[in-house]
Design a protein. Structure first.
Length: 115
């Protein structure tokens, strides 16, 4: 199961995930988050993974797709609050790291503001 909370503040869409971002739940992510970015032309997204228990290759691809959209909007996607286990998952991802990583939402938002 995947719960998604989104909040738009100061030009940044904060996406807070809870549960699993896997092949089984990636459609929920793509159906809720990607249209929000596309319809509103959002440039900056911060994905908070603090409460994500499991991340697989399909979940990584979904985040990469999100980053591609924000990049096309002349922005970027930043992921924050990755546990050590999830960091290992990102290292195993077949491809280059598709996003920026910060420790927490505050650091991520500060990084966006420097652009």
């Amino acid at each position: 199961m995947l719960n998604i909370e989104m909040e738009f503040s100061k030009g940044i869409l904060f996406i807070r995930l809870e549960g699993e971002l896997t092949k089984r739940t990636v459609n929920t992510f793509e159906e809720k988050v990607l249209p929000t970015i596309l319809v509103n032309g959002i440039r900056y997204a911060v994905v908070n993974m603090d409460k994500v228990d499991l991340l697989d290759e399909e979940g990584m691809k979904a985040i990469a797709n999100l980053n591609e959209i924000t990049t096309n909007n002349e922005g970027r996607t930043t992921v924050c609050s990755l546990s050590d286990t999830l960091k290992e998952s990102t290292l195993e991802y077949k491809g280059t790291n598709p996003f920026y990583e910060e420790e927490d939402e505050l650091s991520a938002s500060r990084g966006v503001m420097k652009i």
